[in-house]
Design a protein around this ligand. Structure first.
Ligand code: ATP
Ligand code: MG
Length: 242
């Protein structure tokens, strides 16, 4: 059995509620409204995954499926500098592929296996899971087909995490009408999109929201081994921080 590891988030509070960071061998999902730091956290993790193990890293390469065109090498370089890593090497260790539609998103994932067999990769980022599926399948009539394709994609993500002992980190959006979703989403009134298919695939689910001023709040909603605690964090030039 392969040894599980955790990738630090760059924030002490985050790491504390996650018992060290995001876990390998399964899927973790962060969801929340726009600008709460999902993509910034992805950038931070892409750097942290390369750090030495005794500093919370996994000493490995990173694959990134970018569905919204929001991956920024410049941000990676800035975050690498904060942690004393060589910015250019850090960028070279991130294999980022832009997916233009949901079929391509799945194809890219299948093709990545070729890279994962080398054993060098420790983290796979999907930012974001649902954006392309929501564009490609519109309306009630296409919902069944969408969920089927989505399920295939998530199964493959699960298998990838387990087979190669990689941490899969994906971001997700929230339903745009918090009033309506509050009826079945609890006190926060925010529900990730994608329904039970996504809920079933995500081993760890974390809600992000805006707090006071520049503060953001992360709350664990579902986890096999972490209690439902909150962490506050900020977004800095050097990535996610306390
Ligand atoms: P979306 O749902 O739109 O994808 P998101 O949750 O991915 O949103 P991010 O793009 O991660 O949001 O976060 C955007 C926030 O990060 C903005 O508030 C922005 O000000 C902040 N930010 C971006 N770059 C920096 C930086 N260099 N220094 C400080 N804050 C930054
Ligand atoms: Mg984003």
């Amino acid at each position: 059995r392969k040894r599980c590891f955790r990738i630090s988030t760059g924030s002490k509070q985050w790491d504390s509620i996650l018992l060290g960071g995001f876990q390998s061998g399964s899927i973790s999902e962060v969801f929340g409204e726009f600008r709460c730091g999902k993509t910034q956290l992805a950038h931070t993790l892409a750097v942290m995954a390369q750090m030495p193990k005794d500093r919370g890293g996994a000493e490995g390469k990173v694959a990134w499926i970018d569905t919204e065109g929001t991956h920024r090498p410049e941000r990676i370089m800035q975050i690498a500098e904060r942690f004393g890593l060589d910015p250019h090497t850090t960028i070279e260790n991130i294999l980022c592929v832009r997916a233009e539609n949901s079929d391509m998103q799945h194809e890219v994932l299948c093709q990545l296996a070729e890279y994962f067999v080398t054993g060098e990769y420790r983290l796979l980022i999907v930012d974001s899971l649902m954006a392309l599926f929501r564009v490609d399948y519109i309306g009630r009539g296409e919902l069944n087909e969408r969920q089927q394709k989505l399920n295939q994609h998530l199964s493959k993500l699960c298998k990838t995490a387990e087979e190669f002992n990689i941490a899969v980190f994906m971001t997700n959006q929230v339903q745009s009408d918090p009033g309506a979703s509050a009826l079945f989403a609890g006190a926060d009134g925010r529900k990730p999109v994608g329904g039970h298919v996504v809920a079933h695939a995500s081993t760890t689910r974390i809600l992000l929201r805006k707090g006071r001023g520049e503060e953001r709040v992360a709350k664990i909603q579902d986890s096999p081994d972490c209690p439902e605690r909150e962490a506050t964090y900020i977004i800095t030039t050097g990535g996610i921080n306390d």
